[in-house]
Structures are given as C-alpha cells and as structure tokens.
Design a binder for this molecule. Structure first.
Ligand SMILES: *[C@@H]1O[C@H](CO)[C@@H](O)[C@H](O)[C@H]1NC(C)=O
Ligand SMILES: *[C@@H]1O[C@H](CO)[C@@H](O)[C@H](O)[C@H]1NC(C)=O
Length: 184
C-alpha cells in the first residue's frame, strides 16, 4: 500500500468486499467489472443483477452464482424460442436461415450443458474450469450470431438474445476473475 494507485485499489476492493449496503455491492462490483472487462457494460450489469432475487443479500461470490444462474435461464429460454421459431415458421424460414437456426439450437443445447457444469465447478471453487465453460458459452453465442452474417441481407432473428447471453456470461467470467485476484 505505497503507491496512490494501490491505495485506490484498496478502497475499491474494500467497497466491493466489505458487507456494506447491498445496492452498493451490486454497483461497486459492476463498476469494477466494467472497468476491467470491455465486455461488461455497467448499466447492463447493474440492471441484470438487481432484478435477480437474492442479489440484495449477496456477497461477490453470491453475485457470481446469480450471474451464472441468469445465464442458464437465458440459455434455456432462447433454446425454446429457437424451437418455436422453427416450428411456427414465423420468419418464413428460407433455405439459408433454417440450417443456421439448426446450428444455433445445437450451440445453445451444448451451452446449457456447459453452464450447468460451470455452476458445479463454481460452487466447488474450481474457477479455472468454470471460466473455460463460461467462455465456451460466450463463443457459442458469437458463433450463432456470425452464422447469419455469412450471407448479406440476412437478418439474424437472434441478435438481441445472443447479445444478452454473451453479456450475462461475460459478467460471470469477470466476477470469477475478481474473485481469483486473491481477495476472497
Ligand atoms: C435474460 O436476461 C435479460 C437481461 O438480464 C433479462 O432481461 C431477461 O429477463 C432474461 N430472460 C430470462 C428468461 O431469464
Ligand atoms: C450488445 O448490444 C449493445 C447495445 O445494443 C451494444 O452496445 C453491445 O456492444 C452489444 N454487445 C455485443 C457483444 O455485441
């Protein structure tokens, strides 16, 4: 604790880790994560975590669990959404879109398995394993979205959902990094 920057870091960490008011924990944590990780947007982080039940009593480890849980819920929801799109043929699925949705469904199904495993590992404090699995989920959302970009003038029906999945997972990943930085 000699340089001004390490002093500042100390204040930031105290703010995040000490059991202060819960709202401050979400805000302080999201601030730290958004500063450290370009994939985490402060507003999205606070909105997502505050809407989740339990976040108001959570410590940073609890917030990590909540973000993984939110990612799981979103994956499940998007998976059934894709199934519905294919069944109802809302977008009059053409020969290009249909196989892209098939790919996305497979990616999302795999991601559900990955996020379950990530949660198990997280609970056991196997943070490296959990991080790898969460990264795989982020990659899956990106791969799904990119599939639609292979052809011009095709609009992905899943842009918003892929984005949300990516960002929720990014919050979890970022929280694990904060925890792993040794303070917990
Ligand atoms: C997915 O996450 C977004 C952003 O946090 C949230 O608004 C939405 O309700 C979530 N959906 C499900 C099904 O969990
Ligand atoms: C998700 O959408 C927001 C707002 O539209 C955008 O700022 C952000 O960069 C997007 N994130 C990704 C990973 O595409």
């Amino acid at each position: 604790m000699t340089s001004p920057s390490s002093y500042l870091l100390f204040i930031v960490f105290s703010f995040v880790f000490l059991p202060t008011h819960a709202r401050n924990i979400v805000h302080g944590t999201c601030k730290l994560c958004s500063q450290q990780d370009p994939n985490v947007r402060y507003r999205f982080c606070t909105t997502s975590l505050e809407a989740a039940s339990g976040s108001h009593h959570a410590n940073i480890r609890g917030l990590g669990k909540i973000s993984i849980h939110l990612t799981h819920e979103n994956l499940t929801d998007t998976s059934s959404h894709i199934k519905k799109l294919m069944k109802n043929n809302v977008f009059k699925l053409n020969a290009f879109v249909k196989p892209r949705l098939d790919d996305c469904l497979e990616l999302y199904s795999d991601s559900i398995i990955d996020i379950r495993s990530a949660m198990k590992n997280y609970k056991l404090k196997r943070y490296d394993e959990a991080s790898l699995l969460i990264s795989a989920v982020m990659d899956a959302a990106t791969t799904c979205e990119n599939g639609f970009k292979e052809k011009r003038k095709t609009i992905s029906p899943l842009t918003k959902r892929n984005n949300v999945t990516f960002e929720l997972a990014a919050i979890g990943l970022s929280l694990i990094r904060v925890i792993q930085s040794g303070i917990n």
